[in-house]
Design a protein around this ligand. Structure first.
Ligand code: PBG
Length: 327
């Protein structure tokens, strides 16, 4: 063996923290993170979500505080989910100008202006008494086109209350086009649409359904959300949303779908968003609580991996905590 062997020594660039920082290919920054938040009507104190330690159903006031903290930490955006006091078959509270999300939007815009991008989840499942993402036919199926009319109306209510970005998450065919047309027709052509373009029918949404009180009363979401077995149809969904006017496209969940994040990143030239969902959060928190993994390292690794796979923007319930750590 020659004295010089091996010549190539990849370890040279891993020797010190300073060197590793210098050569890192992927960086996390607070500006790339979006914090999902829940606001509930008719409660006087924030309620902890049992399956998501550290996450709360907020009152309007506690939400203002959480939003302020996120903005101060440099978090790029917030996405709002509302839980109304009254639910019905049409999800009427969703587009009520005095519905909980619309009230919260006005609060946040008056407190924070454009200091942080205020987004909304646009769906019906938190608002319907049956817990489905749309209007049901007499036989209990989701009526796609009747639901689009509801989504268009919700988009207007959210835009008028101050949403800068609306995020349709119901996986109805044509939802982005219907919302774009409604927004443009009402003078809201400057409101952006973040398509939940690739959304799988995932067991990882379990804890969210407690947080948002939106578990379906019967059946599931498999007739509209994607089958985890499929990858190619994700690109079809993405291109349909872009044709209909989506400004950004999302892949959801993130951690178990990093191959899809990469395929979408390689196929489009708009920002790619990935949603690290409630189950991803709950698994890490639960294992850390048992002392089985290092909580902070696992959180950071999970987020760097989502960015490395190709996501420009990451929705994560840890956004404020991580932004503070990065500062
Ligand atoms: C639908 C919606 C869901 C999530 C975000 N938007 C639930 C669902 O489709 O059943 C899940 C997010 C998470 O699990 O963190 N409004």
């Amino acid at each position: 063996m020659s004295a010089q062997f091996p010549v190539a020594r990849p370890r040279r660039l891993r020797r010190t923290p300073a060197m590793r920082r210098l050569v890192a290919e992927t960086r996390l920054s607070p500006a790339d993170l979006v914090l999902p938040v829940f606001v509930k009507e008719g409660i006087s104190e924030a309620q902890p979500v049992a399956s998501m330690p550290g996450v709360f159903q907020h009152t309007r006031d506690s939400l203002r505080k959480a939003a302020h903290e996120a903005a101060e930490a440099g978090v790029g955006g917030l996405i709002l989910f509302g839980i109304p006091a009254e639910k019905d078959g049409a999800g009427s509270a969703a587009d009520d100008p005095d519905g909980i999300v619309q009230q919260a939007l006005r609060d946040l815009r008056s407190d924070l202006g454009d200091a942080i991008v205020v987004m909304t989840d646009l769906c019906l499942d938190e608002y319907t008494d049956h817990g489905h993402c749309g209007i049901l036919t007499a036989s209990g199926e989701i009526d796609n086109d009747a639901t689009l009319e509801r989504y268009a109306s919700i988009a207007l209510a959210q835009a008028e209350a101050g949403a800068a970005v609306v995020g349709p998450s119901g996986m109805m065919d044509g939802q982005v086009g219907a919302i774009r047309e409604a927004l443009d027709g009402a003078g809201h052509s400057d409101i952006a649409i973040m398509g939940y373009s690739v959304k799988y029918a995932s067991a990882y949404y379990g804890p969210f359904r407690e947080a948002a009180e939106c578990a379906p009363r019967f059946g599931d979401r498999a007739t509209h959300q994607q089958d985890p077995a499929n990858a190619d149809e994700s690109l079809r969904e993405v291109f349909l949303d872009l044709d209909e006017g989506a400004d950004m496209v999302m892949v959801k969940p993130a951690g178990a779908y990093l191959d899809i994040v990469r395929r979408v990143r390689d196929a489009v030239d708009v920002p790619v968003v990935a949603y690290q969902v409630s189950g991803e959060y709950a698994m890490i928190e639960a294992a850390a609580e048992k002392g089985w993994i290092d909580r902070e390292r696992t959180i950071m690794e999970s987020l760097v991996s989502i960015r490395r796979a190709g996501a420009d923007i990451v929705l994560t319930y840890w956004a404020t905590e991580v932004a503070r750590r990065l500062a």
